[in-house]
Design a protein around this ligand. Structure first.
Ligand SMILES: [Zn+2]
Ligand SMILES: [Zn+2]
Length: 708
């Protein structure tokens, strides 16, 4: 009898270790391989797991071990993706099984369907052959059509060897044609017919546009698109084509960063500064950072593109750790939009009672802005008006007592949505927990029937615009409108086709879209993000303003202005606005870098949060205090390492849970890793999974948090 084969398997559970199983070659049709997806008995149930080790030994007696039940017909995950997952698991202090199993599409985690898979894949390939897609040549820019600046940038990129690790920052102002440059660069990589390239974008809404462009650019390459918006089945097939090397171009959002790609030769992270690259539940990874690690591991180049690089990336490029390539000219020759700061404290910017054109209802639209929009309408250009609050009004209030429409489950207010947005009736809705309520006819506290709205959201601004310019065609773009009738893509199409004069929307409209006829952009609520406890808020606001400003004046068909952006603010002197006024991205980053350095904040220090969630805030705080006490007593809080007192989260209460956090900060990455590992072990030892045995506190460690 041959010696038994032992395999170690990880499953999707918060368990630090894998489990040993016996592998029966005869039953499973061959020897085990690392990275094989299997079905295993686990407790009283069956789970999908992954083989991470093969050996002839076990710490347990063989007759105590259970047998692997089934193996999936998929080829094993390649060694490189296993290395990436191992790294992610260690760095983000998250169990390996919990890191890796969720990245496998649902479709491949149904063992009862495994037998049918080979047939399914075959019929799918057949179908694909029959359906040949006509290629739209929209947005296709050949190398010969690149301008001088783009050509120079491309030359610099091509000078980087393709078989070496290199991080390249491609910093180019909005409209400078970064996409054309990196697509041309990728065409060089794809001359190797087996090569795979990974192209990451921050937002689902940006994929259709880029997808068309990439398909037109590489008509003879197989491309797959991976994001949470594609159906499970389509995603399953796409993932399969990627992991078997059949697809050469993988376009996707952050989850695509964890796709197995056996022939990966280059990575592009577009809009690398975008906060949506950070995963906010489960393993809280940064897709950009993992992509850099992956490129390093594979010894291939990675290109980070942005008009407003993150401080981390910009500093690395300045210091020469990254290759630094710049594009400082707008592709179609247009100049940058002119920035106007509308000081809302200045009475001259406001309508006065005597004005003939004074609108009946009060809104955030100042007289200065109204005049500019009117002129823009006259010149047959589109206006884009941005307000980052969807709904009609952020809160409903009682004029007689102090009642406000608070959410019963969260520390936030319920937003008033007028009829048509969420349902046929007007509703109150909580944007944090999703609770929806009908609007009370009387104040629940005092019975007063006169309830008033406070503040303004997209719906209310839409109403105001319709009142001020009754003949203008107005379109609202936010997650409500894109969910309702048409998808976001169709709404954007309306704008592209010129069927709209004024667009009002959330930041959804601000990113990446190559609108051709926007003459004016306005930001109504910039101040709301100016003062925030989060030290990154100014950096984010600046990036958003540059992005949205960049939507204006992209075409130079009149050969003249680059359009205009109006920012309504009470604080025009704030640094963010002053740098924007001069389009001085580097000035702003350098100013912010100094501020952070002085304050000892990232990227000059490294941070992690320990989250605790409970029915009661006191219990969550008490739990974290206990952890801090332990770390102190164990002598782990040394010089250069700071453990702060636990505090409630900014959004303290969500869906009935109260949340607290403990901030750990270190001048040194290694020290932080050590203390986090100890923390993890300590919390695990006193928990069942991720719930503490005592007090039932749900906990989680988050490395490199992006909001504090
Ligand atoms: Zn009242
Ligand atoms: Zn709520």
């Amino acid at each position: 009898m041959p010696p038994p084969i032992v395999v170690q398997v990880v499953v999707d559970k918060p368990l630090a270790q894998g489990f040993d199983y016996l592998w029966n070659e005869e039953l499973l049709g061959g020897p085990p391989e690392l990275g094989t997806i299997v079905e295993v008995p686990f407790g009283r149930s069956l789970l999908v797991g992954l083989v991470i080790k093969v050996s002839a030994y076990s710490d347990y007696e063989f007759d105590k071990l259970k047998h692997i039940k089934r193996r999936s017909p998929l080829p094993p995950l390649d060694p490189a993706i296993l290395r990436l997952m191992n790294f992610a698991s260690q760095y983000y202090i998250h169990a390996l099984g919990e890191t890796i199993i969720p990245t496998i599409p649902q479709m491949w985690k149904k063992p009862n369907d495994w037998e049918k898979i080979p047939k399914k894949l075959a019929t799918n390939a057949e179908k694909k052959k029959k359906k040949s897609n006509p290629i739209l040549a929209e947005g296709f820019i050949e190398e010969i059509h690149l301008n001088e600046g783009q050509k120079r940038a491309l030359e610099k990129l091509r000078a980087c060897p393709l078989d070496e690790f290199k991080t390249i920052l491609l910093q180019g102002q909005t409209g400078s044609g970064k996409t054309a440059v990196f697509l041309n660069w990728l065409s060089g990589v794809l001359e190797n017919t087996n090569a795979q390239v990974l192209l990451l974008v921050p937002e689902i809404n940006l994929t259709p546009q880029l997808e068309r462009r990439v398909r037109a650019y590489f008509p003879d390459k197989t491309m797959v698109v991976l994001h949470s918006g594609v159906s499970e089945k389509v995603r399953g097939i796409a993932w399969h084509d990627a992991m078997t090397g059949k697809a050469q171009i993988i376009l996707g959002t952050r989850l695509a960063a964890l796709t197995p790609l056996p022939n990966l030769r280059a990575i592009v992270v577009d809009e690398e500064h975008d906060p949506s690259y950070k995963q906010q539940d489960g393993i809280r990874y940064s897709a950009r950072d993992l992509a850099i690690w992956r490129a390093h591991d594979l010894k291939v180049p990675i290109l980070l593109a942005s008009a407003t690089p993150s401080l981390e990336t910009w500093i690395a490029a300045k210091a020469g750790r990254y290759e630094y390539v710049r594009l400082d000219q707008r592709a179609q020759g247009a100049s940058l939009p002119k920035v106007y700061l509308v000081n809302t404290r200045d009475p001259q910017t406001q309508f006065s009672p005597g004005d003939v054109d004074k609108p009946k209802s009060k809104s955030l639209i100042t007289k200065t802005l109204a005049n500019a929009v009117g002129k823009n309408l006259d010149s047959k250009q589109q206006s884009l008006i941005l307000i980052n609050r969807r709904g009609y009004a952020p809160v409903l209030s009682c004029g007689a007592c102090s009642w406000l429409s608070k959410c019963g489950q969260c520390s936030s207010y319920m937003v008033l949505h007028k009829a048509g947005a969420l349902g046929r009736k007007s509703m109150l809705s909580c944007h944090h927990c999703g609770l929806v309520k009908s609007i009370p006819s009387h104040c629940p506290d005092c019975g007063n029937a006169d309830l008033k709205t406070l503040g303004q959201g997209t719906q209310k601004i839409e109403d105001a615009i319709e009142e001020m310019w009754p003949s203008a065609r107005v379109l609202r773009v936010d997650t409500d409108s894109s969910r309702k009738s048409k998808g976001a893509e169709e709404l954007f199409q309306e704008i592209h086709e010129g069927n709209v004069d004024i667009v009002v929307g959330t930041q959804m409209i601000a990113k990446g879209h190559d609108y051709q006829n926007i003459g004016l952009v306005a930001v109504l609520d910039a101040d709301s993000r100016l003062f925030s406890q989060d030290f990154r808020s100014a950096e984010r606001l600046f990036a958003q303003l540059v992005q949205v400003a960049g939507r204006a004046g992209r075409s130079s068909k009149d050969g003249e202005t680059g359009g205009a952006i109006y920012i309504e603010t009470q604080f025009p002197e704030a640094a963010v606005f002053q740098f924007l006024l001069r389009h001085d991205v580097d000035g702003f980053l350098s100013f912010t870098a100094n501020e952070r350095k002085e304050a000892g904040l990232p990227p000059f220090a490294y941070q992690a949060l320990v989250h605790a969630e409970s029915k009661s805030l006191d219990k969550a705080i008490h739990y974290l205090s206990g952890l801090k006490g332990y770390l102190k007593a164990a002598g782990l809080i040394s010089k250069g390492l700071r453990v702060y007192d636990p505090v409630p989260r900014a959004m303290m209460r969500v869906a009935g849970s109260e949340r607290a956090q403990l901030l750990i900060e270190s001048d040194d990455r290694k020290n932080l890793q050590e203390i986090l590992e100890v923390t993890d072990r300590y919390l695990r030892d006193h928990s069942q999974g991720r719930i503490s045995k005592e007090g039932h506190i749900r906990w989680l460690i988050e490395r490199d948090p992006t909001s504090i």
